[in-house]
Design a binder for this molecule. Sequence first.
Ligand code: SF4
Ligand code: SF4
Length: 225
Amino acid sequence: MGYLEGFAITIRQHRLFGGKQVTTEYSGGRRARKKGTDAREAPGDEKLPRPARLHGRHVLNRYEDGMEKCIGCELCAGVCPANCIYVRGADNDPESPTSPGERFGFVYEINYLRCIHCDMCVEACPTEAITESKLFEFSFTNRDDAIYTKAELVVDDDGAPKKMPWEDWRLGDDVDTSGWMRATSPSGDATFEGAVGWSGELGHGVRDPEPQQAERDKTVRVVER
Ligand code: SF4
Ligand code: SF4
């Protein structure tokens, strides 16, 4: 589509829907809606059910006692094919440690202008610190917002992801934050099906393993096109 054609569509949308209703600063690119209605209630704006293994916006997990799981080892940064993770570790204060062991993640950033949600960082992490929520609807209007800092990535005191103003969280997006990590631990070997090989998470405890394939197949939802 040529530039002129694109401009014409933009101008037409603004004339039809009153400008800011097309895409407000943090609208997440939602479609235009009638004045006075909440975008989340607008017909056609529902999210489809999310599979437990979906790769969404990351979180940095904490243990059940509140300690951070990240030990600042930088393995996630090393494996990331998009080179979008920046980590710096630091020594724990012996009197008031941030994580168990010697080191913790002092600086942690993910640049979502680069991330391709491959989840190799999740696979590489030795402590299950970095996993992902089911949130995939987050758009930015500036570079600062796109680079998530540790303060934004570390889960809250109830174990839930922190929610940024430009993110479109819906019911359930913040619940199953370690689905992919558990599905591939250890290495997706069927011999270990049903075996728990992961630690507890703040707010969730030790999560159950996925049901066996036969059980999962019963709940597969066919999306008609
Ligand atoms: S999901 Fe992939 S691209 Fe994104 S931060 Fe992790 S390793 Fe990098
Ligand atoms: S998130 Fe995991 S892999 Fe990355 S620095 Fe922290 S402990 Fe290491």
